[in-house]
Design a protein around this ligand. Structure first.
Ligand SMILES: *Cc1c(COP(=O)(O)O)cnc(C)c1O
Length: 360
């Protein structure tokens, strides 16, 4: 096996990709003392990528540092993307684009029983003045890439017809599709892995696992490449918020291999490097159930940290269940990556309050 790379070597390779400045780094990292004690399992740490700083924060703002730079280099004046109605990705893209004078068009699909009221991320999209186009989709399901890319192409033709230059970017800034011809979102998460490794090591701790919510795959792909390049055994565990693990793991692998190649690391990423659990989806993407409401309460009450109901709550449900079922050793150091998404808490207010009032 090849020796791990030095952090500086990997950061040097990432620096070949230009980026704009959108976030505060490093994001905070600390041990969750009370939650670790409460669960009686491994030592749990948290990295706060919910505090990146752009428009309520989240993993998408790291990705957008590279993606917005690519839009500017390609002389785009309109960005077109898509995702669910309460999408963090769409809101963050619109906010980042506006900051650089680029106009956002958002194709949003309404999947859950949520109303399309201007609340949470959709409120922010409205305030940003994004051109919002709403589609209907099945409850608990996400719209597939191919279907959405057709709609994006259509919007792209319209925008070109008006004399503008559009930039089409796939959901989450993950798969290499549309005008994004490099895995720029995942590259930003290789950098994030290097950042968290430096933080853990400066506290004298080597991470054994990183557990996080996975959706379009770019975050996980970047972390997998970072872990493989920089450590000898740190494993990345993705807890799916939307897809069954079979087809989804293939996406992560595809993005991870593209990232390895873009950085010229020669890692040979294997299917075994991609670990995804789809057991914690509950009733499906974006559907809030009792376990979600209760885990948000548990983490807020023990650590003062707010999880979101769509992604990070489900990842935490997964982490807790893996602890209970003996997946980790008690000496393991497990890092939970908080990927953001908290604006989606508010449109779910009635659901959450109702579920917390129910008796067990
Ligand atoms: C998008 C998102 C994720 C998943 O990240 P991907 O790179 O799309 O897999 C996780 N958590 C939150 C809060 C997100 O918005």
């Amino acid at each position: 096996m090849i020796m791990p790379y030095r952090i500086q070597d990997v950061l040097g390779r990432i620096d070949r990709f230009p980026r704009v400045d959108l976030i505060h780094r490093p994001t905070p990292l600390r041990k969750l003392e009370r939650l670790s004690a409460r669960l009686g399992g491994p030592e749990i740490y948290i990295k706060r990528d919910d505090l990146t700083g752009l428009a309520f924060g989240g993993n998408k703002s790291r990705k957008l540092e590279f993606i917005v730079r690519d839009m500017l280099d390609k002389k785009a004046d309109v960005v077109i993307t898509w995702a669910g109605i309460q999408s963090n990705w769409c809101m963050q893209t619109a906010a980042a684009a506006r900051t650089f004078g680029i106009n956002p068009i958002l194709v949003l699909f309404k999947t859950t029983d949520l109303p399309a009221a201007a609340d949470g991320n959709l409120l922010l999209d409205v305030i940003l003045g994004a051109d919002i186009r709403i589609l209907q989709a099945e409850k608990g399901k996400i719209v597939k890439s191919a279907q959405a890319m057709d709609l994006l192409d259509e919007a792209g033709r319209e925008v070109r017809g008006q004399g503008h230059r559009p930039y089409l970017v796939p959901v989450g800034g993950s798969l290499v599709r549309g005008d994004m011809d490099k895995p720029l979102g995942a590259v930003s998460y290789v950098a994030s892995f290097a950042e968290l490794l430096e933080q853990m090591r400066s506290g004298g701790v080597e991470p054994d696992y990183v557990v996080h919510s996975t959706g379009s795959g770019g975050t996980q792909a970047g972390l997998v490449v970072g872990a493989k390049a920089l450590t000898t055994g740190c494993r990345i565990i993705g807890i799916s918020a939307s897809d069954p693990k079979g087809p989804f793991s293939d996406d992560v692998l595809e993005i991870a291999r593209a990232t390895d190649e873009a950085l010229g690391l020669g890692l040979e990423v294997l299917a075994d490097d991609v670990v995804v659990f789809d057991e914690y989806l509950g009733e499906g993407y974006g559907i809030v159930d009792k376990a979600v409401a209760q885990v948000i309460r548990l983490v807020f009450q023990t650590e003062g940290i707010v999880l979101d109901p769509v992604y990070t709550a489900k990842a935490m449900i997964g982490l807790i269940d893996l602890i209970k079922t003996g997946f980790f050793k008690s000496t393991d150091k497990v890092l939970f990556l908080h990927t953001g998404g908290t604006p989606a808490l508010f449109p779910n207010r009635e659901k959450i309050v109702g579920l917390l009032e129910e008796k067990d």
